[in-house]
Ligand binder design. Sequence first.
Ligand SMILES: [Fe+2]
Ligand SMILES: [Fe+2]
Length: 134
Amino acid sequence: MAGRMQKVSPIGYDKIDTEHFTIVEVMARIQTCIESQEWGVVRVASARLISEMMRHFEDEEQLMALRSYPMIEQHQRNHDCARACLSRFEREIDQTTPSEPAVRRCFGELAKIIHHEITDDDPRFVAHLKMLER
Ligand SMILES: [Fe+2]
Ligand SMILES: [Fe+2]
């Protein structure tokens, strides 16, 4: 993939920021272990990533519904892309001998989707939350 996982800039909503920070941290660890082909560690860290990400998306989706966010469908589509990408990634790393290029490709796709989540979809949603607070 192009470059490392970027640092997270906070978007100003503590719960979401904390979860993003954890997700990016776990992804950085996974990336390092893909490079050294430590598949056992990749699998353990990925199980953590999957549970963190699933919980995060569910929380956001609940909050979007609760706050009648008008762009919920578009936002949810990106979450669904991430979920689909995660299961492809899981399939790749669950092979007896994972193919490093295939794992990298999948992980790169996931990183792109998460980057979009953190820098585009979520800031827009947080702007909506802040508007309601005013
Ligand atoms: Fe998010
Ligand atoms: Fe999101």
